[in-house]
Unconditional design. Structure first.
Length: 253
């Protein structure tokens, strides 16, 4: 069976990816910083309690994968945090660094330790989770946007670097995904802009041609597609799963 590791796989998009890969016949291994979330995933998934920005823990995770599985076919570098919602002059350096670290350094460490197994096997697929914030500028989201743009640059570089080893790397840019993280963004943005939560929600939804938020399962289905043989000639691409964002600045009507 093909083998997939999903970072931040205990909840949200990561857990949805786990279910989608499981249904597609993959062995699933998820890591997460949230031990409680890991306790709630299916019992036949392998789990590791790992902080993606702790290099020792990440190195140990991939050593465990190598020892137990003997290799890795798919790596989903999915970990991320929303970071602060504030005007750039009101963001503290520590807040900036914390957001960039999880979103970018976490992705870097995942590929740093996952790529050698794929290069040795001369096959593999990497799927990195960015965001539509990595394609457009969003007001009051400077650290998150900067990190998610950088994830795309990393992925495009990896596609060039790893192509001769038959290892592909692509990026998914989710839009506004239904779930706890986006709910937190809505609440913080409403407070920062002096709006209601529902006004901010409507602003995001009306900024897409489909007029709705995205389901985590829809992002997960794209991850499975980008990892399988049907996408064998697709690498270095940035694919939005966002209901077609037409106005990235979420203002209420």
């Amino acid at each position: 069976m093909p083998r997939v590791l999903i970072t931040a796989g205990g909840a949200g998009i990561g857990r949805a990816m786990g279910h989608a890969f499981d249904a597609a016949g993959y062995d699933v291994w998820v890591s997460d910083l949230n031990a409680q979330a890991l306790s709630q995933v299916p019992s036949h998934w392998r789990t590791s309690h790992v902080d993606v920005i702790n290099e020792d823990q990440m190195a140990a995770l991939f050593e465990d994968i190598s020892n137990d599985w003997g290799g890795l076919d798919v790596l989903c570098a999915n970990a991320g945090v929303a970071g602060p919602t504030a005007a750039v002059e009101d963001i503290q350096l520590e807040e900036w660094q914390a957001c960039v670290s999880v979103n970018l350094d976490g992705a870097f460490l995942a590929v740093k330790y996952g790529v050698p197994m794929m290069k040795a096997a001369k096959s593999g697929a990497i799927v990195m989770t960015s965001s539509t914030a990595g394609q457009y500028g969003y007001p009051n989201r400077a650290p998150y946007c900067a990190a998610k743009w950088a994830v795309i640059g990393l992925a495009k570089t990896l596609a060039m670097e790893l192509g001769t080893f038959d290892v592909r790397c692509n990026v998914i840019c989710p839009g506004s995904v239904i779930g706890d993280r986006m709910e937190g963004v809505l609440q913080r943005e409403a407070q920062a802009k002096g709006m209601t939560r529902d006004q901010v929600y409507q602003g995001y939804a009306s900024g897409t041609s489909l007029g709705r938020f995205v389901e985590a399962s829809e992002v997960a289905d794209m991850a499975v597609f980008l990892s399988g043989p049907a996408s064998g000639a697709i690498s270095g691409q940035v694919i939005a799963v966002d209901g077609h964002t037409v106005n990235p600045d979420p203002k209420a009507d």
